[in-house]
Design a protein around this ligand. Structure first.
Ligand code: NDP
Ligand code: 2IT
Length: 445
């Protein structure tokens, strides 16, 4: 980091105890030296200092009553990071590990990811330290209603449009949408990931996982490889992992392992996706339940063990920093030649270094998982038109968007002297559009 070391120092000083946020910022700033050299006017205009500071951060109390009549209190967040190219857009995460630093890292990543989609959406993220595990449907509903009873004042279809993330799927979006509509008396596309009969878009559920595979297929093809005939390991067993599995199968691969935060399953015959969908989407059970239906499959305790399973392609689709240096080395030693990030920031910086050193085809999260938010933006378009496209139409647009992202990212890497480094390519390509817009709009913002 030749030019932006001072900016990084200030970020650490101003945002203490937020290691994930520092990690996300450092990776982007490290990529931008060649951009600074080309655009000294952006240095002059303080673009770099401004882009690392959220435009607005809201923290609020979320009280709710559990099934025993006891009052519970959680903390809610919405970080509205950057609106240079469109309304704030990004998911809401419900997980006990959520804190301001986590939401800021996710919101910061979202700025560049959303820019890469080519669609007019700014960056934001929200969430709560609420743990949905083991909660009844009624508890989930009361929590979501309480969360929205504060969030509603800060969002809107042209202001900030939240969606799902870890712990937030169709059910939670429904409860939040219902509360927003009641409070505002306004039926509007304020959230994405809605149900299909009330403004949702076809393919949104599948979009992140499908998009990751579409992106990786392009990256593999560029090196004379493809999913066809390959063995794939996918971490997580939530929304992103399930639909990455579905698309990997459709592209001719065999998926042999999936996981959750307790452990992983290995099925040498190939994971049966119908069983996984039933366990996770309908019964809401742990992934270990899989082996009750498939006795030839194995369940192993501990989620990091999944990276010891031999594979050609690895798709981390669970959470941040789930692949460390050691797991990366194990993957490489076992012959893995491609890694595509379905989750946000799943590889540590040390792991990414291992991948780059070993010439692994590496699709960074900002680019590889942008299909979810891109399809959210397509949902927003359909809501504005009061019209809906068919599954085939949305899927074709998603495929096209992911192919364009791959082209733009690899072209930016080449142009700035980092051929094949899609991390640098994604950071630069995502940054340029936002920086241009910020520069044009003046310094008050
Ligand atoms: P889900 O809640 O549907 O699934 C999350 C999965 O990851 C679960 O299997 C969960 O296991 C596992 N997981 C979560 N936290 C941890 C942890 N700390 N350690 C180990 N495993 C963990 O979330 P999504 O599938 O939506 O999100 C997965 C990732 O993809 C996240 O990084 C998210 O930010 C990212 N993403 C999501 C998008 C979307 O459209 N949904 C879009 C782009 C990125 P368990 O049940 O045990 O907690
Ligand atoms: O990380 C992400 O891109 C998401 N969780 C999806 C955000 C969205 O607005 O669809």
């Amino acid at each position: 980091m030749k030019h932006l070391g001072k900016v990084m120092e200030q970020v650490i000083k101003r945002n203490p105890n937020e290691p994930e946020f520092h990690q996300a910022v450092r990776e982007v700033l490290e990529s931008l030296d060649p951009v600074v050299e080309k655009h000294p006017e952006w240095l002059q205009a303080g673009i770099f200092e401004r882009i690392v500071e959220p435009e607005r951060q809201v923290i609020f109390r979320v009280p709710w009553i559990d099934d025993n009549g006891k009052v519970q209190v959680n903390r809610g967040f919405r970080v509205q990071f950057n609106s240079a190219i469109g309304p704030y857009k990004g998911g809401i995460r419900f997980h006990p590990s959520v804190n301001l630093g986590i939401i800021k890292f996710l919101g910061f990543e979202q700025i560049f990811k959303n820019s890469l989609t080519g669609l007019p959406i700014g960056g934001g993220k929200g969430g709560s330290d609420f743990d949905p595990k083991g909660k009844s449907d009624g508890e989930i509903m009361r929590f979501c209603q309480s969360f929205m009873s504060e969030l509603f004042r800060h969002i809107g279809e042209n202001t900030d449009v939240p969606a799902g993330d870890i712990g937030v799927g169709g059910r939670e979006i429904g409860y939040m949408f219902g509360m927003y509509k009641k409070l505002r008396n306004d039926f509007t596309g304020v959230l994405t990931g809605k149900g299909l009969t009330w403004g949702g878009s076809l393919v949104r559920t599948e979009a992140t996982g499908y998009g990751t595979c579409y992106f990786m297929e392009k990256a593999l093809n560029a090196k004379g490889k493809s999913f066809k005939g390959s063995t794939v390991v996918i971490s997580g067993s939530g929304n992103v992992a399930i639909y990455a599995t579905e698309k990997a199968y459709q592209l001719g691969a065999k998926v042999v392992a999936l996981s959750d935060s307790n452990g992983y399953i290995y099925d040498p015959e190939g994971i049966n996706l119908d069983t996984v969908k039933r366990i996770k989407e309908v019964e809401r059970k742990r992934i270990s339940a899989y082996v009750e239906h498939h006795p030839k499959a194995q369940y192993h305790e501990g989620w990091t063990g999944i990276w010891t399973v031999k594979c050609d392609i690895a798709l981390p689709c669970a959470t941040q920093n789930e692949i460390d240096e050691k797991s990366a080395e194990t993957l490489v030693t076992n012959g893995c030649y491609a890694v595509g990030e379905g989750a946000n920031m799943p590889s540590t910086p040390e792991a990414i270094e291992v991948f780059h050193k070993n010439k692994i085809i590496f699709g960074p999260a900002k680019a590889a998982n942008a299909g979810g938010v891109a399809t959210s933006a397509l949902e927003m378009s359909q809501n504005s038109m009061r019209y809906s496209w068919t599954f085939e139409e949305v899927d074709a647009k998603l495929k096209h968007i992911m192919a364009d992202i791959y082209e733009n990212v690899s072209e930016a890497a080449r142009e700035y002297g980092y051929e094949d480094n899609l991390v640098v390519g994604a950071n630069i390509a995502g940054f340029l559009k936002v920086a241009n817009a910020m520069y044009a709009q003046g310094i008050a913002w």
